[in-house]
Structure formats: structure tokens, C-alpha cells
Design a binder for this molecule. Sequence first.
Ligand SMILES: O=C(O)CCC(=O)C(=O)O
Length: 308
Amino acid sequence: MTHTPATIVGFRDSTPLLADPIALRARAAADGYLFFKQLLPKTDVQALRDLMLTIVAERGWLDTRHPRNDARVNAAAVTTLESWGGTGVDEAAYRELQTQQAFQQFQHHPRLIALYTALFGEAVLPHPRTIARTMIPCPSFRPTPMHQDYIHIQGTRDVWTCWLPVGDVPRALGGLTVMHGSHALGVLTVRAAEGAGNLETNLCDVDLPWIEHDYEMGDILTFNSCLLHKSLPHQWEDTVRLSCDFRYQPAADHIEEKSLIPHMKVAEWDDIYANWPETPLKYYWRNLDTPLSPWDESLHWQKERICN
Ligand SMILES: O=C(O)CCC(=O)C(=O)O
């Protein structure tokens, strides 16, 4: 018999713990995730939203009868759109976003670096592989299945994802939900699935609650790479959901090589940097000498019975 986990609405805000790194790490270790209300200035996130929406608007995917910032879909224009690798847009649109300095440098936001420095208590490596999701509700769209990022990232178990809503993301818009304390279950087996990542965790008889939240622009959720998470159903069929996934780890820990290359190999770094001015952000990780660890392909094979 399978068990249906309970659902809780609303994260506890960890902002007060930023001044107390020991308590911050204790909560992170116990829960597997941390939520920060208004960690980022709204104006900074709005600039990123403007960039992402400009790229989709230029392709005719937004309904021009509404203000661009409302992110309303031009349903007639997206009937044949295929979400490339779970990014929500096609490969060309995703490549254009990935080449933007304003997008790539967002993960170095001083407030994010300060958060992960407090969490790790040592120098931080933001993973060069950055991910954006411009989730356009089109016929081929599928919500992100339940998974652990470790399967896709590997390297050290001390990688934390920053899930950054780029705009308000109420639950009905399909924001991220996490299973409280599930990082303690270890690395679980997977099966093939539709939606970002194309792998879903096999989960049997686990009595841990899912936590959902109505995110406001400026909030961030961060979680350990073994924490189970998924997106909620995208119920607003006329509105795009925008978010980013940035990953962070202690710079001295090992990393799997694919975390150092652009997401989905959408471009080479030289192409991404082609129109940037000179900046230390180019190839920033090469100064850190983070050791490499091998990829374990066997984590992608299903080894257990399927319970859900
Ligand atoms: O935003 C989403 O739908 C998926 C994000 C996610 O699960 C991830 O990047 O690991």
C-alpha cells in the first residue's frame, strides 16, 4: 500500500538566522531546505524578469494586449512550441538568454554569496552551469517531476540549489514544492518521466510532508541536492512562470565536470562571453582549483520497485 504524504502551506522564514550561522546550519541540516523572505531587492529581480520576458516577447509568444510584465501567453503562437530540456522555451531562445551577462552574473548577487558563505562557513563556488525556466503553458508543457538534484549534479553532497522565482509565483502558477527532511533518505532510485530532468524518483511509504508556498518576487528557496522537490501543476493556462536554478557548494569540495559547462551544452563558454566586456566573471571558477570527481551513470538506472 502506498502512503500519500501530507501537505503544509507556507515556509518558515530563515532570514533571522542569517545573523547566526550556527543556527542557520542546524536548521539546514535538520530540514534540508531554507526559505528567505525578500532576500533580494525586487528591482534586481525585476531587471532579470524584463530580460527574460523580452526574449519571449520578441518571438511573439506573449499576448501584446496585456502589459509585457503580466507575462500573458499568446496561445495561438505556442501551439507547436517544444520546451527544450525542460527550459520552457526552444533552444534558440534559451541560447540567447544564456549569452546575457545580466543573466549569468545574477548568481553572483552579493546577497546570494553572503547567504552561501554563512551556510558553508567557507569560500563558495557558484556552479557555472546556470539554469533558467521560462515555463510557457503550451500543449507540450509538463510540470517538473519529483526528483533529487544529486542525480543530475553529483559531485559533493553539499551542493545547494537556489530556486529563484523571477516574479510572484503563487501556488497556482506551478511553483516549487519540497518534501521536508527528505534529504535524509539518501540518494534514491529513479525512473524515466516527462518534464524537466526527465527522471522521477521512486518513493515508497515515506511519511514526510510536502511544503508549498506562494512566492513573492525577491523571495528565494534553497535546498540540499538530496532533497526531494517538484513543481506544482501550472494551473494558470494564460501566464508564463519564470524562475532560475543556481547551484552553490564549498569551493574546496569536489565537483563533477558537467557542472562546469553551460546547461544542456547550449553553447560554448567562448560563445556565451563573445559580446561581454572584459570582466573577472569570465571563467571565474578556474582560479579556485576545485577538484573534479567522476560521473556515476548507474544512478540513472532504475533498481527498485515503483511505488508511486
Ligand atoms: O522550476 C522547476 O520547475 C524545476 C526546478 C528544479 O527542480 C531543478 O532545477 O532542480
